[in-house]
Design a protein around this ligand. Structure first.
Ligand SMILES: [Zn+2]
Length: 165
């Protein structure tokens, strides 16, 4: 597991998060999101028992999620000004650096980039960034300029974009 040498789970602004132990160049793959593939019904079931577990799942197609429970991906936090984003390659979800990341930085992505227009989940945001949207909502609620930028960076998967129509 290379991710254990290059990343660590540490205390960050909001609880625990993924912190880089080395520098990543812009465009570099930081890690693959691994975990159990579960259906949307299973994720819905998490809400009653463990809201955080549901929030930490990564949507990977129209009706499946990767549940990173027990893996490092479970600590991937949201930021409204992220330094990484999720790209879908084949069936894999990869976390890619969208700016250069320096050792010691928390690695974050924008949860909205994986929330389809049909996703009703929302979260209050405390990322502390100047452009904080205060609440994390689905991709249809992202500012148009942000969508354009993320699409250019390849960090809103096609199946998520398709939900906007
Ligand atoms: Zn924010």
């Amino acid at each position: 597991m290379t991710e254990q040498k290059t990343l660590a789970v540490k205390k960050v602004r909001n609880g625990r998060g993924i912190v880089a132990l080395k520098n990543f160049r812009r465009g570099a793959i930081v890690m693959e999101v691994t975990g159990r593939i579960v259906s949307d019904d299973v994720v819905w079931g998490y809400w009653d028992v463990d809201e955080r577990r549901g929030a930490n799942c990564f949507r990977c197609d129209d009706d499946h999620y990767i549940d990173p429970n027990g893996k490092i991906g479970a600590y991937a936090n949201h930021s409204c000004n992220p330094n990484a984003g999720i790209v879908k390659r084949g069936r894999k979800l990869l976390l890619k650096a969208i700016v250069s990341i320096v050792a010691g930085d928390e690695v974050t992505h924008d949860y909205s980039s994986l929330l389809g227009a049909d996703d009703v989940w929302t979260m209050r945001c405390n990322c502390g960034e100047a452009n904080c949207r205060k609440s994390v909502r689905n991709v249809a609620r992202l500012p148009a300029a942000t969508v354009r930028r993320y699409r250019r960076l390849g960090i809103i998967p096609d199946f998520i974009m398709a939900t906007r129509r």
